[in-house]
Design a protein around this ligand. Structure first.
Ligand code: NAP
Length: 229
């Protein structure tokens, strides 16, 4: 059974995740940061695309001491497993996600990944290979499910979220909308990729909750699966 997938992103009021140069922007405040940390701490794994790793160099660790201790008290590892979707094994071995904090890392590559690079990354992460040119996301989710990952937080970016949406692999979406305009037609959004052509393909959402947090608003959506429409 594939994991239950929860997307979480922060976007500007015009729907951008970062600048046109893919430079990270502080969109939310302390209160939302705590919400996201708790959401992460409640998951078995957190996943990002290689674009996010190369742009932001995140560690994807749980930051709150209380959240980490709670996980340990419940018998879980201190941090959720960290998964990077990286067809060509482009991740540098000194990336923070591979080096900061304890716990399991999974590198998802495809058949085109250079075997020398993959071999060099094996001391840092468990490697899962699916797909010919790019990672086969459905096969990856099945493999993660088989390894006991039940709940997965997808932190971005826009290309990977679009791929996961298109494959019907997303169950819930949290979007924090902050009080700024970033602008730029090339700035990443919640779901980029090629886009859908016909309306019938658009994933449909139902609103679970909307809440003001500091100077922004949090929207919590459930993604309708085709058999629920
Ligand atoms: P991304 O979504 O993190 O990574 C995209 C890459 O994943 C693709 O280019 C592709 O590279 C790889 N990939 C492998 N298989 C894939 C598949 N089946 N479908 C889709 N992608 C696949 O990169 P991004 O869209 O450039 O987003 C990065 C930007 O988003 C950064 O600027 C970051 O700051 C921002 N961001 C913002 C937030 C927020 O909450 N505001 C959160 C996360 C990221 P390969 O072909 O080489 O594998």
């Amino acid at each position: 059974m594939r994991p239950y997938v929860v997307v979480n992103v922060a976007m500007s009021a015009d729907g951008k995740l970062s600048t046109r140069e893919r430079r990270q922007v502080r969109i939310s405040g302390k209160q939302d940061f705590t919400r996201v940390d708790r959401l992460k701490a409640g998951c078995d794994a957190v996943m990002v695309g290689i674009g996010t790793v190369l742009a932001d160099d995140p560690s994807l660790t749980v930051k709150g001491e209380d959240c980490r201790q709670h996980r340990i008290d419940q018998g879980f590892p201190e941090h959720p497993a960290r998964i990077i979707v990286d067809s060509h094994a482009r991740i540098p071995p000194n990336a923070s996600v591979l080096n900061k904090g304890s716990g399991c890392r999974i590198l998802a590559v495809s058949e085109v990944a250079d075997p020398v690079k993959v071999a060099a990354l094996k001391p840092y992460a468990t490697v899962i290979c699916t797909g010919k040119e790019e990672v086969d996301l459905a096969a990856l989710m099945d493999e993660l499910g088989a390894r006991g990952i039940r709940r997965l937080m997808l932190e971005g970016g826009g290309e990977l979220i679009a791929g996961m949406m298109k494959a019907g692999l997303v169950d819930e979406i949290y979007t924090f909308i902050g009080n700024m305009i970033i602008a730029g037609r090339n700035a990443p959004t919640l779901a980029d990729g090629e886009g859908f052509i016909v309306e019938a393909e658009f994933p449909r959402l139902s609103l679970i909750e909307m809440r003001r947090i500091e100077q922004g608003v949090l929207l919590h959506w459930k993604v309708e699966q085709p058999d629920q429409l």
